[in-house]
Design a protein around this ligand. Structure first.
Ligand code: PMP
Length: 308
């Protein structure tokens, strides 16, 4: 479980952890009206502690807010700085960051008046491998959920909004109840969508496929990273619909996300993926991914931002 920090950035100031509180009638508590990010900072050998793809995460936070017509009363630059500050001021070398914007004490009316300002926070915590250290090497057992992902005309999965995570909770709780390490949801058309908090890649005969944004996914920043790293290594990566059985017949399946990083999937619904172990392409892409942080992969893309 995450272990938390001494200070949290809340509405423009770094305040003590214990003081970062909201009212019980906060709008977000009742209606899930928040948008958020999950970001990681890694301790690199050459540039010290760096936030991974900081600008892309901050941009997605503003994009999620835009979809919900939510006003974030800070600039992109200010929120970048806040993310650096929570790492530095808490003395973390590596950290998981949680920026969020939410409606606080604005009354309980559903239709939020235009230009209502959101409350904004950035928290930092120490958080190791989300699906377990062991899973990074040996893979997770995943199961298809009985819950589908949201249909495109119900709630936008392209927004990283608090309310969406009720869907993720159902998926991951059901998976754990059935003894799986993680759940995978299908979209309303029956195609593979994503894990409860991870995007998916399927590899067969050296061709890599990931689900398209039309399959009710959150377009993950790690997903984009994996696509970029694989193409850079010369692999063909396709974005196309994946039927459920393609997971059973794959040579390799992997899950990725900021929290989950790059985790092999060793079985789906109790059927071994390949020979039930981490596959060679998954290993290569893990090495390339973690290499960005241990200095063995050159950061050609400018993805690492030093915190100071
Ligand atoms: N899908 C969902 C539902 C998620 O919650 C996450 C984690 N933010 C992802 C995909 C992966 O996104 P990212 O790589 O940007 O963390």
């Amino acid at each position: 479980l995450p272990s938390s920090a001494e200070k949290i950035w809340f509405n423009g100031k770094l305040i003590p952890f214990a003081d970062a509180k909201v009212h019980v009638l906060s709008h977000a508590i009742h209606y899930g009206s928040s948008v958020f990010e999950g970001v990681r900072a890694y301790n690199t050998p050459d540039k010290g502690t760096c936030i991974f793809r900081l600008d892309d995460h901050t941009k997605r936070l503003f994009d999620s807010a835009k979809i919900y017509r939510m006003t974030i009363p800070y600039t992109h630059e200010q929120l970048n700085q806040a993310q650096k500050d929570v790492v530095v001021q808490n003395g973390f070398k590596s950290a998981y960051l949680r920026p969020a914007a939410f409606y606080g004490e604005i009354g309980l009316g559903l239709a939020v008046p235009f230009n209502t300002e959101a409350d904004v926070l950035v928290a930092a915590m120490e958080w190791g491998a989300y699906l377990g250290e062991e899973a990074l090497e040996n893979g997770v057992d995943a199961g298809i959920s009985s819950w589908n992902r949201l249909a495109a005309n119900t709630m936008p999965t392209g927004a990283k909004a608090g309310g969406n995570y009720l869907s993720s909770q159902l998926i991951s709780m059901e998976a754990r109840r059935h003894g799986y390490g993680e759940g995978i949801a299908l979209d309303v058309n029956g195609y593979v969508s994503e894990g409860a908090g991870e995007n998916l890649f399927v590899i067969r005969d050296n061709v890599v496929t990931t689900t398209p944004v039309t399959a009710a996914i959150l377009p993950g920043i790690t997903r984009d990273t994996i696509i970029t790293l694989l193409r850079d290594m010369g692999y063909e990566v396709r974005e196309q619909n994946i039927p459920r059985e393609a997971l059973y017949l794959a040579d390799e399946v992997l899950m990725c996300g900021t929290a989950a990083e790059v985790t092999p999937v060793r079985s789906v619904d109790g059927i071994n993926v390949g020979d039930g172990k981490r596959g060679p392409i998954t290993k290569k892409v893990q090495d390339a991914f973690f290499g960005l942080f241990n200095g063995t992969t050159e950061d050609k893309w400018g993805w690492l931002t030093p915190v100071k």
